[in-house]
Design a protein. Sequence first.
Length: 217
Amino acid sequence: MSTEKIFDYSPEALVKALSPERLTPYLAETSGNLVTAIDLYRRNIEISGAFYEILGIAEVSLRNTLNEQLTALDAKQSGLWFENLGNILTEDARRDITLAQKRASRKAIQETPGAVVAELSFGFWRYLLAKRYETSLWTPALRHGFPGLVRRQRAAVYSAVSDLHILRNRIAHHEPILQRNLSQDLLTTFRLLDWISEDTSKWALSFSKVDNLMSNY
C-alpha cells in the first residue's frame, strides 16, 4: 500500500494548518513529496513525544539532586540556598531565581522552597554545572549529586546536560529532531540518569518508547 493511500484528508489543508515554513525541512528531506513530508512530520512528533517523557524524568532528577547538594552546602546558614548564594551566582542566575520566586508566588500555592526550585528552568541547572562554578559549587557540593559518575568529572556532566537541554528545547518548540543522532541522545539521557540514580534509570527504561519507535524508522 502506498503512503498516499493512508490519507483520507487533504494534505494541502495540513500545510495551511502547520505552515509551509514548518514543513520546509521535511519537504527537503523527502524531495518535495508533500504526503511523505507530512508522514515524516508525524514520525518526528511521535519520537519527540517519547523523548519528552524520559527527558522530563532526567530534568526532574537533575534539579532535585542539585538542589539537595546546594541545600547541604548552605546548611550552616539560615534561610535558603537560592537566597544565600547570591555572591557566587551570576547576575543571570540571580534573575532566574527572582523570576522563579515570582512565578511560584503567582500560583495558588504557598511559596515553598520546593515550589521555587520547580520553577527554575532546565537551563538554570545546566549553567550551574559550568566551568565558572568548578571550585565554588562543583567541588564542594554538586559532584556529590552524581554517585554513579566515575571520577566525578564536571565537564562530562555539563556536556551531557547541555546536549539534552538543546534536544529538550527543540522538542518543546516543535522543531525537527530526526536529523540528530537520536541513538546518542538516548544513550546520553540514560547515562545522566545512571549517574544520578541507577534505580530511576532502570524505571525510566522500563517504559521508554524511544527504542521501539526508532527501530520502526
